[in-house]
Write a protein that binds this ligand. Structure first.
Ligand SMILES: Cc1cc2nc3c(=O)[nH]c(=O)nc-3n(C[C@H](O)[C@H](O)[C@H](O)COP(=O)(O)O)c2cc1C
Length: 423
């Protein structure tokens, strides 16, 4: 489903920006950061249409999926453990426009911050196959020429596939999809076992929420990609390395320049009247797509330690990556500490977790702080120095000091701690 149909399904009325926007200015970021809850549709960014803040809140993702925001995590958890087959259809919508005569610099791809290394794709999902195994993952891609980009490959599955292809003296064939639905986006952002096909996870999520499978179609290069995304850029990751960055990461701080692989694009396919999706770096949508796929993993790990685990949220204030909240009902004293330890092992990048009782809404920051203020004392904090944390955390000097806050009520004394109610 391409972006214009996604907007219709969500009944979303975007803020329309009609005047031409220079892709090399920071005008896109200015507008997207002004009100991050608001979807913004540009009709002339470098002459083309582009959308930002499309899935920038949990409510918008929930609205698209037709579920409550509190239930997204559980659907995603089931989809990760029970992937479902997708449907292959004959023709992708993007087959209406296929060209080998293009210049990537003509696309509506912006620069976001003045010190960025260049204009770059932020909502691009790369599909690759190697020896019969498919991988689907997000990667930022910086424009460096008519048909070339630098791609950031963290050493995970696509990196492994590329290393293997390189060792065989081959380029790695890829398709870059832009304009995916939240099922595809969340699955692509999930770190699953190598054997699991992210498109089957996306399909399970789509079936459970929207009652239909993901629909994929073969592009001209033979790779299967979502039939309805706006753009498919077909190409190869070569063995050449180029400078990549600097760019702003989820922490809102600058990353440094690295030598990274080059992608050469051979062909561009797009739907009629396409819209290029953008994710504001260090913005809420970036946070949510990074963090939401980690929440089911944290939930499962904590539930093994404390059976009555209710909810998990990686908080926007902690970039949906470094800080989290977990709600549990303790069976015995000490369960709060066990929940803290389990949460850290479920998401090793997290450096602060707050554990609250089941009567606290983890989606309400004020209520979580109220629990900390009224149920917690600083000398009961779990402090774990010298742990491995997130490489994205600018305050880490290699290792991380983790902090766990057990803001649960002591068992047997609930009457003293419960919020007064009029019922
Ligand atoms: C918005 C967004 C941008 C991302 N950018 C990159 C990136 O530039 N490079 C990278 O290696 N991973 C990036 N990631 C993380 C990967 O997509 C994610 O870790 C994914 O799970 C990796 O897939 P894999 O487990 O199949 O290797 C990004 C994730 C999101 C949500």
């Amino acid at each position: 489903m391409a972006v214009r149909s996604l907007l219709v399904r969500m009944k979303e009325e975007p803020l329309l920006i009609d005047p031409p926007v220079d892709p090399d200015s920071s005008a896109v970021s200015e507008r997207l950061l002004e009100d991050q809850d608001r979807t913004v549709l540009y009709s002339s960014l470098n002459g083309g249409s582009a959308v930002g803040n499309l899935f920038s809140t949990r409510d918008k993702i929930a609205r698209y999926l037709g579920v409550r925001k509190e239930d997204i995590m559980e659907h995603l958890m089931t989809a990760m453990s029970e992937p479902r087959p997708f449907e292959v259809i004959k023709k992708g919508e993007w087959m209406d426009n296929v060209t080998e005569d293009f210049d990537l610099r003509d696309l509506p791809i912006p620069r976001y911050y003045p010190e960025d290394g260049g204009r770059y794709i932020t909502a691009g999902v790369i599909v690759a196959e190697h020896k019969g195994k498919r991988n689907v993952s997000f990667h930022r891609m910086m424009l460096i020429g008519r048909d070339r980009m630098a791609v950031r490959l963290v050493p995970r599955h696509l990196y492994t596939m590329h290393q293997a292809a390189k060792a065989e003296g081959e380029d790695l064939k890829v398709s870059i999809c832009v304009g995916l639905c939240p099922c595809g986006l969340l699955a692509a952002a999930s770190s699953l076992d190598y054997e699991i096909d992210e498109f089957e996870v996306a399909s399970a999520l789509r079936e459970a929420t929207l009652g239909e499978p993901m629909r994929l179609a073969h592009g001209p290069n033979g790779l299967l990609v979502p039939a309805g995304c706006d753009y498919v850029l077909e190409g190869r990751i070569t063995s050449a390395e180029v400078d990549e960055g600097p760019f702003v990461d989820i922490t809102g701080t600058y990353d440094h320049v690295r030598r990274q692989p080059e992608i050469v694009i051979d062909r561009i396919c797009h739907v009629n009247d396409p819209v290029f999706q953008m994710l504001q770096p260090g913005g809420n949508e970036h946070f949510l797509l990074m963090g939401m796929p980690r929440e089911p993993v944290i939930f499962r790990t904590v539930r093994q330690a404390v059976p009555r685990t209710h909810a998990v949220r990686l908080t926007e204030g902690g970039c949906c990556w470094l800080h989290g909240v977990v709600s549990v009902s303790k069976n015995k004293e000490g369960d709060g500490t066990n929940a803290i330890m389990a949460a850290f092992s479920g998401h090793p990048s997290m450096k602060m977790v707050t554990v609250v009782d089941g009567d606290i809404d983890v989606f309400d920051d004020r209520e979580v702080e109220w629990a900390v203020a009224t149920r917690f004392q600083g000398d009961r904090m779990l402090v774990v120095p010298g742990a491995a944390g997130s490489s994205l955390d600018p305050s880490s000097d290699g290792t991380t000091c983790k902090v766990g806050i057990d803001a649960t009520m002591p068992l047997g004394k609930e009457r003293l701690f419960r919020k007064a109610s009029l019922d």
